[in-house]
Design a protein around this ligand. Structure first.
Ligand SMILES: Nc1ncnc2c1ncn2[C@@H]1O[C@H](COP(=O)(O)OP(=O)(O)O)[C@@H](O)[C@H]1O
Ligand SMILES: [Mg+2]
Length: 254
């Protein structure tokens, strides 16, 4: 992939004890692109996300976000740089409302200082209203606004996953990393997810990195795919190229 994109890694590796979870990863994500990461369980896919969000520092190699080296940067700084994610297992505030869940992400963008929140200054109240309105507008984009006052934990499964994506988007992200977003979804929910993801890219200009096992979702959405096995990229290319690759076929069938 030519040029420096939003995200670029250079020979990124990480090992845990003796296990090389990710080895010599060179991947790029450009603006407006949907990049897929495929591979069997334990291949290192989630570890890649942990590296790209500052959860783990690479054992060796470099990660650039918008051309800036991310060595020594905290998870917070990755978010500020525009990288957000969702998790393989849903992580919402289950006993907060749908709206409040999104408000937390919106508010984190422009931190409200303790002084302002203690004294409920005019600024704080105005800012709080802005956050609420922005959160509600975001929910509208994904047809979740009718559920704004419902507790997040009481949403149907597919909508919880959707809400996670809205929360990631609400951080002001330029790129969202989605860890198996369709896991546990029924076919109708998967179709809705596909449309939502398309919309994030086409209308909001976002970039996505997608870890997914649902072939039609990956092949139908992604511009470019990396296939991992035992922490190494065994194949990369367009969906057509990847589908024809014998190594991919054997990793999946064997
Ligand atoms: N924090 C960790 N400590 C030790 N081993 C880990 C850790 N995180 C991941 N691994 C190991 O790295 C490998 C890749 O895991 P993971 O990235 O979760 O795979 P995938 O998401 O592709 O299923 C596995 O062997 C896993 O046990
Ligand atoms: Mg995983």
């Amino acid at each position: 992939m030519e040029g420096r994109g939003l995200i670029q890694t250079e020979n990124v590796s990480i090992s845990f004890g003796g296990i090389h979870a990710v080895s010599d990863l060179n991947m790029g994500v450009c603006q407006g692109q949907i990049v897929g990461i495929m591979g069997p369980n334990g291949a290192g896919k989630t570890t890649v996300f942990n590296l790209l969000t500052g959860v783990y520092a690479p054992t060796s190699g470099k990660i650039y976000v918008n051309g800036i080296g991310m060595e020594g940067k905290s998870m917070d700084q990755f978010v500020k740089a525009g990288v957000a994610r969702t998790f393989q297992n849903i992580r919402l505030f289950g006993n907060m409302t749908v709206l409040e869940n999104v408000m937390v992400s919106v508010a984190n963008k422009g931190r409200i200082s303790l002084k302002n929140s203690l004294f409920k200054t005019e600024y704080y109240i105005r800012r709080q209203n802005e956050v609420k309105n922005e959160a509600f507008e975001l929910l509208k984009l994904f047809d979740l606004h009718a559920k704004a006052q419902v507790l997040a934990g009481e949403l149907p499964y597919g909508q919880q996953r959707q809400l996670e994506i809205v929360r990631a988007f609400a951080t002001g992200a330029k790129v969202i990393l989605l860890d198996e977003p369709a896991a546990g979804m029924n076919p109708t929910e998967i179709m809705k997810l596909k449309c939502d993801l398309r919309q994030l890219v086409d209308r909001m200009g976002l970039s996505l990195v997608l870890i997914e096992h649902h072939m039609d979702l990956v092949m139908g959405l992604c511009d470019y795919i990396y296939v991992l096995d035992f922490g190494k990229v065994i194949c990369q290319g367009t969906p057509r190229e990847v589908q024809r690759n014998p190594k991919v076929i054997s990793a999946y069938l064997g």
